[in-house]
Design a binder for this molecule. Structure first.
Ligand SMILES: Nc1ncnc2c1ncn2[C@@H]1O[C@H](COP(=O)(O)OP(=O)(O)OP(=O)(O)O)[C@@H](O)[C@H]1O
Length: 246
């Protein structure tokens, strides 16, 4: 399978601490890859490196064959962040149409994405007056409207109800079906099961990679939460053995 994102020996220091410790991974094109890990494990930092907004200490990140952060990637990569990225003093429609216009797309394109994220009724509403979940969906609409080849989505379904989560995942699946590469972080294991591939990260290192079924069978459980715990325990035991030998 062709590689969309290649990460090699990536080390990142934030503040005074090393938060990614020389990680390497390949994200294939045209599929949904889930990035899972506890809070503070380095998911957002890895996303920032992929999008090219993170200063890296060493190693490389290559996206669609170009160094992460290259000017030519700007139009080809979409980033949905957990922090607000829409104008609160504009309506939903104005925001999405504005992002669409930056990519020479029209109002119809924007309105269709607004419907897809379930904000048709709020299209004329000022973003500052939206609920938290609606605000997040307005940001998501802006990331989706440009039809990027690579979409990096940092916990895109947080705060959404089960019906909307289902619809958003259908949309993600549809985008991957049309050739887009999606990398999605989540804490929800039910969502991890929907991904084609998973990267499990812990304390700045990759603990395991593989499809959900592969990871479950490797750890002898049908439950991804359990699988993750077993991998963590196995890693801890290995580290302990390493210390004893040293
Ligand atoms: N600006 C910063 N300065 C110093 N340390 C930072 C900064 N931003 C993040 N960190 C630290 O880097 C580590 C990784 O953070 P990161 O945001 O990548 O984790 P995460 O896995 O995305 O967490 P969450 O699931 O809670 O969003 C954490 O220990 C965090 O405290």
């Amino acid at each position: 399978m062709e590689t969309a994102i290649e990460v090699r020996d990536l080390t990142v220091v934030r503040g005074a601490r090393e938060v990614l410790h020389g990680i390497s991974t390949d994200v294939p094109r045209g599929v949904i890859t889930g990035l899972l890990g506890p809070s503070g494990s380095g998911k957002t930092t890895l996303f920032r490196a992929i999008v090219g907004v993170q200063i890296v200490s060493s190693g490389t990140v290559t996206v669609l064959g170009k160094p992460a952060g290259s000017a030519e990637l700007r139009r080809r990569i979409g980033y949905y962040t957990q922090s607000p990225s829409v104008y609160t003093d504009l309506t939903v429609r104005e925001n999405v149409r504005y992002f669409a216009s930056l990519h020479s797309l029209g109002a119809a394109e924007a309105d269709s994405v607004i419907r897809e994220v379930g904000l048709a009724e709020q299209a004329g509403q000022m973003v500052s007056t939206l609920s938290g979940g609606q605000h997040s969906r307005a940001s998501l609409a802006c990331a989706l409207v440009t039809h990027p080849e690579v979409l990096v989505l940092d916990e895109p379904t947080v705060g959404q109800d089960p019906v909307l989560r289902e619809e958003l995942w259908e949309r993600f699946r549809d985008l991957a079906g049309r050739g887009a590469t999606l990398v999605v972080s989540s804490h929800i294991m039910d969502e991890a099961n929907r991904c084609d591939g998973l990267i499990l990260i812990r304390e700045g290192s990759i603990v395991a990679e593989g499809g959900p079924d592969e990871i479950k069978s490797r750890t002898g459980t049908d439950d991804l939460d359990q699988a993750f715990l077993r991998l963590v325990r196995a890693q801890d035991a290995e580290n302990e053995r390493g210390k004893e030998v040293a």
